[in-house]
Ligand binder design. Structure first.
Ligand code: ZN
Length: 69
């Protein structure tokens, strides 16, 4: 038994079945989001995930460039 986990289009984390959002653009592109936070950042605020701090933190895990604290 295998379950295909979809990846969030914004933060890249895996989405469990029955969770998250599916967003279909006018051109037919299907995007999956793990949370409304990711969906709003992408759709409403039009942010680039590469430029968002908390996305980079999630992707890198413990290895984060801090502010020098
Ligand atoms: Zn996400």
């Amino acid at each position: 038994m295998s379950i295909l986990l979809k990846k969030c289009a914004f933060c890249g984390s895996e989405i469990e079945p029955g969770h998250g959002w599916m967003y279909v653009k006018a051109d037919g592109t299907i995007l999956y989001f793990c949370s409304s936070k990711c969906a709003k950042n992408y759709i409403k605020l039009g942010r680039n995930p590469k430029k968002v701090k908390w996305v980079r933190k999630k992707a890198k895990g413990a290895k984060v460039k801090g502010k020098g604290n």
